[in-house]
Design a binder for this molecule. Structure first.
Ligand SMILES: Cc1cc2nc3c(=O)[nH]c(=O)nc-3n(C[C@H](O)[C@H](O)[C@H](O)COP(=O)(O)OP(=O)(O)OC[C@H]3O[C@@H](n4cnc5c(N)ncnc54)[C@H](O)[C@@H]3O)c2cc1C
Length: 379
């Protein structure tokens, strides 16, 4: 019997069936946005399922987000990446903390598959130590004015706005920063290992409308940390999907390739390799769904402990599994243009992005020292 409820199960089946349409163009996107795929998901009422219905989402729990990310990312890793960023990161933070007017302004276009919202946290001197950031919002003549710089921001060439972490006079918070403001200047555009753009931009006297403030004040930073839990979990579902994509290709190849007069998947050494890959995927997926299902009603998010465990574990097993898939296919997988060669580069990013492995370990240790091991009854 499935651990999913009937609504979630129907949603997953629907997502899997629509995702099959993305197979033909999978591994061809090279950093371009698969807008038609996102719009197709939107037309099928699958996209951004946890965003409220009034802004074009489905008002479902985030379990549905993880199901969608996994189902899509497994068939088309690039479309899966866009699903992750828009269902679990920037737009999710706007839905959780935004004013009515900022939600109306940005969310319907995102949930229709027509718009992209970036997340801007990192600065040249503030990476893992995001709390030391310098980008600030000050009050000048009754207006909120933002100055600073951000780096490594994904999606900037096609994004309408960025959920941007800033320092207010009273502490850290976040705002929605329109990226078409003349005060935004691109310093440098990088192309990462997977062919995606990452941008360094400066922010010079950009006026932030009061309604674009997402989090501020005593609870501001705490709320932001809550939104990171969804980012970590979405990333976890994505890396499970990418590991599945790797295993699928390894299984297919090993059932066709013959050496020493037999299929290579008949060698016990190969069977064990494939079995180990699946063991890693299955345990990783269990952690993701267990965490998603445990979302707390007050904070509307799962704990930092379970999401950090998921992020760390899934990023690592995905790298291991995809590497083993390359090993299974051999020289062909090592050639530029082979799907596994791309997947190998894409997967490597997740041990750095959305909080490095080391930062997940720090969070896990902090949670254990403060709260101890969770009770059995909390399972
Ligand atoms: C593909 C990709 C996409 C990204 N997209 C975005 C984006 O859209 N928006 C955005 O704002 N940022 C983005 N980033 C940046 C990402 O958030 C940072 O790379 C990450 O936070 C780490 O910062 P850093 O790279 O400056 O490394 P640093 O913080 O300089 O860390 C370097 C090394 O030191 C380790 N380290 C640091 N502190 C400790 C510690 N206390 N204990 C033990 N080890 C430690 C780190 O784990 C790491 O291994 C992206 C990065 C990548 C790779």
């Amino acid at each position: 019997m499935s651990v999913l409820n009937p609504e979630q199960q129907a949603f997953a089946e629907h997502a899997e069936s629509v995702a099959t349409e993305f197979a033909e163009d999978a591994y061809t996107w090279q950093g371009d946005v698969p807008w038609e795929n996102l719009q197709r998901l939107a037309d099928e009422n699958l996209y951004c399922p946890s965003i409220s219905e009034e802004y074009g989402g489905q008002g479902m729990s985030d379990v549905a987000v993880m199901l969608l990310t996994e189902a899509v990312g497994r068939v088309c890793p690039d479309t899966g990446w866009f699903v992750y960023t828009q269902c679990s990161v920037g737009p999710r933070a706007i839905d959780l903390f935004g004013s009515e007017s900022v939600k109306q302004e940005y969310l319907p276009a995102v949930t229709a598959g027509d718009s992209y919202i970036s997340i801007a946290i990192s600065e040249p001197d503030a990476g893992s130590d995001a709390g030391s950031m310098d980008t600030e919002v000050t009050e000048e003549d009754g207006q909120l004015v933002c100055n600073g710089e951000k780096i490594w921001v994904g999606g900037v060439p096609f994004a309408d706005a960025a959920v941007t972490w800033v320092r207010f006079p009273e502490g850290l918070g976040s705002v929605v920063l329109p990226l078409d403001d003349p005060g935004i200047e691109i310093e440098e555009s990088y192309t990462n290992m997977a062919g995606y753009s990452q941008t360094h931009f400066t922010i010079d006297d950009v006026v932030i409308p009061e309604e674009n403030v997402l989090t501020r004040g005593d609870d501001g930073f705490k709320q932001q940390l809550i939104s990171l839990n969804w980012e970590r979990l979405g990333s976890s579902a994505l890396t499970v999907a990418w590991a599945e994509a790797g295993l699928e290709q390894a299984l297919d190849w090993a059932s066709e390739r013959e050496q020493f007069d037999q299929q290579i998947d008949d060698f016990q050494g190969m069977e064990w390799k494939l079995a180990e890959m699946y063991r890693k995927i299955e345990t990783a997926a269990s952690v993701v769904y267990q965490s998603a299902a445990s979302a707390d009603e007050t904070t509307n998010a799962p704990s930092r402990l379970t999401t950090s465990v998921a992020k760390l574990h899934c990023s690592q097993i995905a790298e291991e599994v995809v590497s083993e898939a390359v090993q299974t296919v051999g020289a062909r997988a090592y050639q530029q243009g082979h799907p596994l060669e791309f997947l190998y580069r894409f997967t490597r990013s997740r041990r750095i992005a959305a909080g490095t492995d080391e930062m997940q370990l720090n969070t896990i240790a902090k949670a254990l020292k403060e709260d101890g091991i969770p009770d059995v009854s909390a399972r």
